[in-house]
Design a protein around this ligand. Structure first.
Ligand code: GLY
Length: 361
């Protein structure tokens, strides 16, 4: 078992191991909660049932709430029906919610918990690689509305996060690949040992019986260290946005049909090209991005002819300041970050062209 402490206003632990139902149930008992609602996505009926049994066996009253998969679950009507259910089941301040699923489920469960009685405990049990290394850790919760993704939400730190490695065994290979983009991101911004592992054996980096457990622990440690110092993103936390400015523009242009991790991979290539053109990093470091991302099957370029649309997407990024597009960039080397602010349209276009050309190699 690996335990990673997340400091901040309400410190908590991230526990990584195989077969965690008992540990989760014991954690719920230790909080003194009498009732728990397990919010889960449809493919997780069986894991929700076995977790429910472990809780019931310890005298906890269990309410199981299935929500629609992916982004269809992260909407106001679903949150509203969960609050109605919490009311009907008389959930009080001392009771708890468990978010079991991918990032959409943990974001939704966290937000429902944050708002119910102004905040009850949420225990996050992420089941996709992306949710394990990113969404479920750090206390960002929220839903999507007609105005955009994640514009309604709250910072609500979990009571604990349980990463059950057994969940990865049945995860589709392309989900492991997409989740790897966020791990590689933490390698570039902070922990270069992650990059060394991908360079030494990329195949083992995709395997639960290979380097994946160590990579998850390293990536979560980077995130824990960052959010422990800056929960509300007043400065440092922004580094977790490496590759996301252009990545979000790709997701928007693709109507969110692209996997987030794939868009972040392309976004990292974009910022690498832009940073090289601005003389922040050298060609070798750009090539290191390409080699590592490609080695696990992540995309490293994007089709040409869409600059205007992608530029418009980048201007809508939440992290922009004073009308300037703002990027997290590497400062000369992997593991050191800086900010690249207000590049000209011509500079952005040149980086886009380098990205498109990268696909032609
Ligand atoms: N996913 C970026 C963050 O949690 O800040």
């Amino acid at each position: 078992m690996t335990t990673i402490k997340v400091n901040g206003p309400s410190p908590y632990e991230v526990i990584i191991d195989h077969g965690l139902d008992t540990a989760i149930a014991e954690r719920v008992v230790s909080t003194g909660a009498a009732k728990v609602m397990i919010i889960h996505q449809p493919p997780l009926t069986e894991p929700a049932f076995s977790l429910g049994e472990a809780l019931t066996a310890r005298g906890i009253e269990v309410v199981v709430a299935e929500v629609p998969d992916a982004e269809a679950g992260k909407v106001l009507s679903v949150a509203g029906s969960l609050w109605d259910r919490l009311g009907a089941e008389a959930f009080g301040r001392g009771d708890a919610i468990i978010g079991l699923g991918g990032g959409a489920a943990t974001d939704l469960a966290g937000f429902v918990a944050a708002a119910w009685m102004r905040g009850i405990r949420v225990i996050q049990v992420p089941t996709t690689l992306l949710a394990m290394v990113d969404a479920a850790v750090g206390g960002k919760t929220g839903i999507n509305t007609g105005a955009g993704k994640n514009l309604v939400g709250a910072f609500h730190e979990p009571d604990a996060v349980f990463i059950d490695l057994d969940r990865l065994v049945s995860l589709p290979a392309d989900e492991i690949v997409a989740g790897s983009a966020e791990i590689i991101k933490t390698g570039f911004i902070a922990d270069t040992a992650i990059l060394d592992l991908y360079e030494s054996d990329p195949v083992a980096c995709l395997r639960v019986d290979g380097h994946l457990p160590e990579l998850i622990a390293r990536s979560v440690s980077v995130k824990a260290n960052v959010v422990g110092q800056d929960l509300k993103e007043s400065g440092l936390r922004e580094i977790l946005n490496y590759g996301h400015t252009f990545g979000h523009a790709v997701e928007l242009r693709e109507n969110y049909h692209w996997r987030h991790g794939n868009a972040v991979a392309v976004g990292m290539m974009f910022i690498a090209h832009l940073s090289q053109q601005q003389k922040l990093i050298d060609a070798e470091l750009v090539a290191r991005h390409r080699t590592i991302l490609q080695s696990v099957g992540l995309p490293v370029s994007y089709e040409g002819g869409h600059f205007e649309e992608l530029y418009s997407g980048m201007t809508r990024d939440k992290k922009n300041r004073d009308g300037h597009i703002r990027f997290v960039a590497l400062d000369g080397q992997a593991g050191a970050t800086t900010r690249l602010e207000g590049p000209s349209v011509e500079q952005l276009q040149a980086a886009y062209e380098a990205l498109v050309e990268g696909g032609a190699r």
